[in-house]
Design a protein around this ligand. Structure first.
Ligand SMILES: *Cc1c(COP(=O)(O)O)cnc(C)c1O
Length: 426
């Protein structure tokens, strides 16, 4: 099905129905050389339309001043609302279930205020071992805030001895084991380190069976794989938009609150005026009355320039459709796996290998390569050759070819560089 040749890569690119999208992005050039960019999982490239969208808002600010908030055309006052439709399509939600606000870690803390409400009997959180550090700190400090000991309250489920990814059966067993002590199942949709995609629906069901809440950090899943948060009955989720969603460094996060909570939530929340019933917001009265749905969790008025960049990017997702992106992604990452296996196979004694599940249903576009008998210096040499990948302690390099702007040729080129470096490797 695949061939590790330049002609095969080029022919595949020529037949790729999404090939023209590559030129809709700026491609970084270092020392006169375009980078082989495999770091869309860290920071997505800039769409050409971003600058125009930003200029448009800067011009309006210059011309309109405060009048921009309520100008008849595209008022800033409601500018975040235009994100809800496209964002809901990305995560498989109803429009009223999503809102874009703040940033990821902050949003998770706010969602935990509402959805992690431990009692003396039910206080445990199950997560996957090796979570992104920010999520780990979130869990530790939330648990401590409620007066519990992280060592007792946080149950981490890791890979079995000699394995690299977590077995779903082990997560299900841990949920059963915790039973009535389980307050919250909290997982990355895709683990940032191994690239493992969790099966959201059965895990959510299992959490619900023991009376717990199911929440997900979708930083590495949103815009990477199709999601169906509403139908999967997920309670809450949050994600960032600067990775696969190409919205620019540090741009707004997204949250999901299932409508069964959103419409009639009487639990705690930390509120701000932007979550307040819009018809009465400017009466400036005490007594918080939330907007029904996810918007009721908003705190502050949205940053207009960030919204403009995010909106420009989401418009591209709507135009292409996540299904078409995923179809190419499965093939592109399949090709990467094939090329890596062939190149690493030339020096088996070094033990370089992908630790990401090979089954496309259990991963997104990222492959995580364990450096085996090589070390960090090997990664530094890759960098010097113009390959943008990233190194994560202790010994993994992550490659994330994205269907929007990576070519099959990029992967062949990476293979050729790896071959040369591996020949030189002692
Ligand atoms: C990228 C990432 C973050 C980053 O959090 P910010 O609050 O946006 O800085 C957090 N968690 C995970 C799993 C991530 O992948």
């Amino acid at each position: 099905m695949f061939e590790n040749t330049l002609s095969f890569a080029r022919e595949t690119d020529e037949k790729d129905p999404l090939a023209q999208w590559r030129s809709a992005f700026h491609h970084p050039v270092v020392d006169g050389q375009p980078l082989l960019y495999f770091t869309g999982n860290s920071l997505g490239l800039q769409p050409l339309t971003a600058r125009k969208a930003v200029d448009h808002e800067l011009n309006r600010w210059a011309k309109l001043g405060v009048e921009g908030h309520f100008s008849p055309e595209d008022p800033w006052y409601t500018c975040h609302k235009k994100l809800a439709g496209p964002m809901a399509r990305i995560v498989g939600a109803r429009e009223s279930e999503v809102v874009c606000m703040n940033s990821l870690t902050a949003n998770l803390h706010f969602l935990f205020v509402s959805f992690y409400r431990p009692t003396g009997e039910r206080f445990k959180i199950i997560s996957e071992a090796g979570m992104f550090p920010s999520d780990r700190y979130l869990l530790e400090t939330q648990v401590q805030f409620h007066g519990f000991d992280p060592a007792e309250a946080i149950v981490e489920v890791g890979p079995r001895e000699g394995e690299h990814v977590v077995r779903e059966e082990d997560l299900l067993a841990a949920i059963e084991d915790c039973g009535e002590q389980l307050a919250l199942l909290f997982l990355g949709g895709i683990n940032y380190y191994t690239g493992q995609l969790f099966n959201i629906r059965p895990l959510t069901e299992a959490a619900h069976r023991v009376g717990a809440i199911a929440g997900f950090d979708l930083a590495h899943a949103a815009g990477n794989v199709p999601l169906s948060l509403h139908d999967d009955n997920v309670d809450f989720a949050a994600w960032c938009t600067y990775k696969y969603l190409n919205a620019g460094p540090g741009n707004l996060g997204g949250i999901f609150v299932h409508e069964r909570h959103g419409t009639s939530f009487d639990g705690p929340r930390f509120a701000g005026w932007w979550g307040y019933d819009e018809s009465k917001r400017f009466l400036m009265q005490p007594g918080f009355q939330p907007i029904p749905g996810a918007e009721g969790w908003q705190l502050s008025n949205p940053p207009v320039v960030e919204v403009a960049m995010l909106s420009a990017s989401l418009a591209m997702f709507d135009e292409v459709g996540l299904a078409a992106l995923r179809e190419k992604s499965v093939r592109l990452t399949g090709y990467l796996l094939y090329v890596l296996q062939e190149e690493f196979g030339r020096r088996p004694e070094l033990g370089l290998r992908s630790i990401t599940p090979e089954d496309p249903a259990q991963r997104g576009c990222q492959l995580s390569v364990q450096l085996g008998g090589t070390d960090r210096a090997f990664f530094d040499r890759l960098r010097a050759e113009g390959v943008s990948a990233d190194f994560r302690e202790p010994d993994v390099v992550r490659f994330a070819p994205t269907p929007f702007y990576n070519r099959f040729e990029d992967i062949w080129l990476l293979g050729a560089i790896l071959r040369r470096l591996l020949e030189e490797q002692q």
